[in-house]
Design a binder for this molecule. Structure first.
Ligand code: GAR
Length: 185
C-alpha cells in the first residue's frame, strides 16, 4: 500500500473521518500541521499518526518551509497529499514536488465561494443549494480541476450552524471515498 499525508490547520474532523473510515487502500502515515494549537494534533496522537508541526513565522519564506515539508514527505515515502482544512496556499515548491498529487476538500460548490469561510459566504448569499467539492490543487485559490462534488440543499429554516453540520457530515463521507478511489491511480 502506498503512503499518504494529511495536511490540517484546525479541528481535524475530516482527519478523524479519514482515520475512522476503514480500509482506504493506503496508509495515512503523516500529519502536517501549521498550527501548534490545533486540536487535530491530539487526534493524530490518538491514532498514532506521526505529526510534523511547524509555524510559518519561524521561516523566512514559504519556499523555506515548503522545502522542509517536501523533505518530510520524501522521508516518509509519501505518494499523495490530502489537504483537510489546511488554511495555507500551496506554493510552487510543494506543487512542483507533488505535481498532480495534492488534493483538497472545500466546503462549497466550486467555483462558487472559494477562499475562507465558504460555508458562511454561501449562507449569507442565501443560495438555495451549496455543497462540497474535492479537487486537485493548482497554483490558484480553490481553482484546480474538480474530482467530485456533492450538493446540499439550504432549507428555509437552516441556520449557519445547521448548514455547517450538514456540510461537515457530507465531507466526512465524501473525502474518504474519493481518497480510496484516487490512490489507486
Ligand atoms: C472543512 O470544512 C474544510 O472543507 C475546510 O475547513 C474545514 C476544516 O474542518 N477547508 C477549507 O475551507 C479550505 N479552503 P476540520 O478541521 O474539522 O476538518
Amino acid at each position: 500500500k502506498i503512503n499518504v499525508a494529511v495536511f490540517a490547520s484546525g479541528t481535524g474532523s475530516n482527519f478523524e473521518a479519514i482515520m475512522e473510515a476503514g480500509d482506504l487502500s493506503c496508509n495515512i502515515v503523516l500529519l502536517i500541521c501549521d498550527n501548534p494549537g490545533a486540536t487535530v494534533i491530539q487526534k493524530a496522537e490518538k491514532y498514532q499518526v506521526p505529526t510534523f508541526v511547524f509555524r510559518s513565522k519561524d521561516y523566512v519564506s514559504k519556499e523555506e518551509y515548503e522545502k522542509v515539508l517536501v523533505e518530510k514527505l520524501k522521508e516518509a515515502n509519501i505518494s499523495w497529499v490530502f489537504l483537510a482544512g489546511y488554511m495555507r496556499i500551496i506554493g510552487p515548491t510543494l506543487l512542483e514536488a507533488y505535481e498532480g498529487k495534492i488534493i483538497n476538500i472545500h466546503p462549497s460548490l466550486l467555483p462558487d465561494f472559494p477562499g475562507k469561510d465558504a460555508i458562511g459566504q454561501a449562507y449569507h448569499a442565501r443560495v438555495k443549494t451549496t455543497g462540497v467539492t474535492v479537487h486537485y490543487v493548482d497554483a490558484g485559490i480553490d481553482t484546480g480541476p474538480i474530482i467530485a462534488q456533492e450538493e446540499i440543499e439550504v432549507k428555509e429554516n437552516d441556520t449557519l450552524e445547521s448548514l455547517e453540520e450538514k456540510i461537515h457530515h457530507v465531507e466526512h463521507q465524501l473525502y474518504p471515498r474519493v481518497m480510496k478511489d484516487i490512490v489507486k491511480k
